[in-house]
Design a protein around this ligand. Structure first.
Ligand SMILES: NC(=O)c1ccc[n+]([C@@H]2O[C@H](COP(=O)([O-])OP(=O)(O)OC[C@H]3O[C@@H](n4cnc5c(N)ncnc54)[C@H](OP(=O)(O)O)[C@@H]3O)[C@@H](O)[C@H]2O)c1
Length: 248
């Protein structure tokens, strides 16, 4: 059926950029979405093409309905179809205890996380359903299952995402579409990973059976597994990429 077309949200840096490069190596056509970082997104697209894939950069805010429809229409207009959605873009979140957490902070995080997942899933599913094939991959976090100080807003929002994916997976399975969650632990070379104090990074690595933090490439290879056909009979799963720190 020719080269598959994959949309990766938030692919200008971090896990999304590593995933774009990995899928490029595997011969995918990749839509590199970003919100603000056009230069970084173009550099990722250049790497994808250099690796033998093809890439299209599309700016869009994934929490904006008009932007999401334009993003998907642009991808489909360019390549005729969309086979894979990797929803990776990260909305900001407050780092705070429950004692200091305002309802406005929590509801804003829940709204952004779920609105983006909802909009993207709604936009890509009709084409996948028509073709009887599709791959949906969503980035969550181990913090949706195991609490860490300060991470309540992110952890709760991602737990909602985890459940959303299971419901979507059950509904679209008869149409040949899979939906899976990839859930990393703390990842190096990302804004969140690099923003942690050195002491905490050392503690987290020491508490991990494999004795290190995750790397963007670790996550990218697991996403690629679900984006291709190797995992064609796996849906609704929650795949940890965490060196053994949570064994669900
Ligand atoms: N880093 C970790 O330790 C870690 C651990 C577990 C799970 N995760 C999950 O993995 C995913 C990626 O995390 P990351 O750390 O790689 O992120 P990151 O380095 O902070 O990059 C975030 C990406 O999302 C884009 N983005 C942010 N808001 C957007 C919006 N409204 N619309 C479109 N794009 C938007 C950014 O684009 P611009 O540059 O253009 O703003 C950027 O490309 C997230 O879902 C995160 O929750 C991360």
């Amino acid at each position: 059926m020719g080269e598959r077309v994959c949309l990766i949200t938030g692919a200008s840096r971090g896990i999304g950029a590593a995933t774009a490069r990995e899928l490029g190596i595997r011969g995918f056509r990749v839509v590199v979405n970003h919100r603000d970082s056009a230069t970084a997104a173009e550099a990722v697209a250049h790497d994808v093409r250099a690796a033998g894939g093809d890439a299209l950069v599309v700016q869009a805010d994934v929490t904006d309905p008009g932007d999401v429809n334009r993003l998907v229409d642009t991808a489909v207009g360019h390549w005729g179809r969309l086979d894979v959605l990797v929803h990776n873009a990260m909305a900001p979140f407050p780092v705070t205890s429950f004692a200091d957490l305002d309802w406005e902070q929590l509801s804003a995080k829940l709204d952004q996380e779920m609105h983006a997942a909802y909009l993207l899933t709604k936009a890509v599913l009709p084409g996948m359903t028509d073709r009887g094939h599709g791959r949906l991959v969503y980035l969550s976090t181990g913090l949706s299952r195991r609490p860490r100080d300060g991470m309540i807003a992110l952890g709760v929002a991602k737990a909602a995402l985890d459940s959303f994916v299971r419901y979507v997976a059950a509904e679209v399975a008869p149409d040949g579409i899979t939906a899976n969650v990839v859930a990393p632990s703390t990842v190096e070379d990302t804004a969140v990973g690099d923003g942690l104090p050195d002491e905490l990074r050392t503690q987290l690595a020491a508490a991990t059976p494999m004795r290190r933090l995750a790397r963007p490439e670790d996550v990218a290879r697991t996403v690629a597994h679900f984006a291709g056909d190797d995992a064609a009979f796996t849906t609704g799963s929650w795949a940890p990429v965490n060196g053994g720190s949570i064994m669900p």
